[in-house]
Design a protein around this ligand. Structure first.
Ligand code: CDP
Ligand code: CDP
Length: 228
């Protein structure tokens, strides 16, 4: 376990309700890492499109709406949130209409390209706020956004268990349908990239998942010096 990287990149991907956000949040609470939830980026853009009456089938409408968006980042504690026109979107990004539309907007290359640049830029945001690294979660972080990340995790869980988790949160959401759309799209599909560390959380508690991931992060951040 050589030296510690000067900036640690941790990627967490997985299907809906596989535990990405909870795990990333817990890591950012334990280590000096900035937490970036990229699902919230896709959700915020979707909410904005819906507000403007733009549909995913209207490509020129989507492109001109994207060109007019002023994206920024607000850091609160260890979490980064995307601002659109200086404003952070609230719970509306978890509303049923956004749940139903988000995978359709997320399949559009124009939307993904806009967010790829924004998401890679989060490294500079983290550095400028003094963080030692970044934990970014989504669908394509270890495959497309940061394929050379220091640690890449892919969380699996049985779809029935994931639907149960969402329902327990009181969310109206078709987890399996979003997974189907996200896995079958041409651009940056949901997939476990070769070399990523695969964790099946179906029968694990959140704490057990966090402990597994945190053990590996701790080794990278504080490597044991070689014996004299
Ligand atoms: O929380 P949950 O796992 O249900 O979803 P999310 O992470 O908030 O992501 C919402 C949607 O955004 C996903 O179903 C994908 O369509 C899209 N997404 C994506 O395409 N790529 C990412 N890196 C993150 C999210
Ligand atoms: O971000 P993602 O959609 O992948 O999942 P999440 O929002 O972190 O987790 C969805 C729900 O499942 C949360 O209420 C978690 O507490 C719960 N969960 C769980 O019960 N067991 C796990 N091993 C992981 C998450």
């Amino acid at each position: 376990m050589g030296t510690s990287p000067s900036f640690l990149l941790v990627a967490i991907d997985g299907g809906a309700a596989s535990g990405k956000s909870s795990t990333a949040r817990a890591l950012a609470a334990r280590f000096p890492l900035l937490h970036v939830d990229t699902g919230a980026h896709y959700r915020a853009i979707t909410a904005e499109m819906l507000r403007k009456g733009v549909t995913p089938g209207d490509l020129s409408g989507v492109e001109s709406a994207l060109a007019g968006l002023r994206l920024g980042t607000r850091v609160t504690g260890s979490a980064a949130q995307m601002e659109i026109g200086g404003r952070i979107q609230g719970d509306e990004i978890r509303a049923p209409d956004v749940n139903a539309a988000v995978s359709h907007f997320a399949a559009l290359p124009a939307v993904r390209t806009a967010l790829l640049h924004y998401q890679r830029g989060q490294v500079e945001v983290a550095k400028s706020h003094g963080f030692k690294g970044l934990v970014m979660e989504g669908r394509d972080i270890g495959s497309v956004i940061f394929p050379a990340a220091d640690l890449r995790f892919f969380l699996h869980a049985d779809p029935v268990e994931r639907a149960r988790r969402r329902a327990q949160e009181g969310q109206l959401d078709s987890v399996a349908e979003r997974d189907r759309l996200d896995s079958s799209r041409k651009t940056a599909p949901l997939t476990c990239p070769p070399g990523a560390i695969d964790i099946d959380s179906t029968h694990l508690t959140l704490d057990q998942v966090v402990d597994r991931v945190a053990t590996l992060v701790a080794v990278r951040l504080n490597p044991v010096p070689p014996a004299p």
